[in-house]
Write a new protein. Structure first.
Length: 192
């Protein structure tokens, strides 16, 4: 496993294939990238979290931020559970990016009161979706398992890591407010 990235490190250029077939540049040549590593496609905790980013995508984009989310899932799983995301969604079933960025997995993902409370918060939305669509939008048998940990990175156009967060449990990731606060106006208007 590669070491963990820290503020001030540099990320090499990547051309990542999104589930919609488009190539996504990380770093982005014109915007700050919020690179999110989530657990697995169809993860109820991840999907509840990503809904907050979906609701506020206009505000995020207006701040000069490109959202890119990575799951340790196959493209097929991604298309089944994450196809309606309004930002780039990347499948990484072999966890190559996870290793490169030092993103880990372990039993602590679910062995935390906040993670348990997050699971309980997903019951309502999952049940509502099931009733509304007749389809369970939770993956009961995910590729790569259930014990992934989240991670978040803000990456400047130059590849400079502006901020990094490695989650200690399944519901430990940045909120939209934190991403906006960590990306002050002056950072995305000048070359970093």
């Amino acid at each position: 496993m590669a070491g963990r990235l820290q503020r001030g490190d540099r990320v090499p250029a990547h051309a990542l294939l999104a589930i919609d077939g488009k190539l996504v540049a990380v770093p982005d040549p014109a915007r700050v990238v919020h690179l999110q590593f989530r657990r697995f496609a169809g993860c109820p905790i991840c999907n509840l979290h990503l809904r907050s980013f979906t609701r506020r995508i206009g505000e995020i984009e207006a701040a000069g931020i490109a959202e890119v989310v990575v799951f340790h899932s196959t493209a097929e799983e991604m298309r089944q559970y994450e196809a309606d995301l309004p930002f780039a969604a990347i499948g990484d079933p072999e966890k190559k990016l996870y290793r490169e960025f030092g993103v880990e997995a372990g039993p602590q993902a679910l062995a935390n009161l906040r993670a348990v409370l997050a699971i309980l918060r997903t019951i309502g939305p999952v049940t509502t979706d099931l009733i509304r669509t007749g389809r369970l939008n939770s993956n009961l048998s995910p590729h790569g398992g259930r014990l992934g940990l989240p991670a978040d990175f803000l990456i400047a156009p130059s590849g400079l890591v502006l901020a990094a967060k490695y989650g200690v449990h399944a519901d430990d990731q940045w909120s939209v407010e934190e991403v906006l606060e960590l990306t002050p106006d002056h950072l995305h208007k000048r070359e970093v």
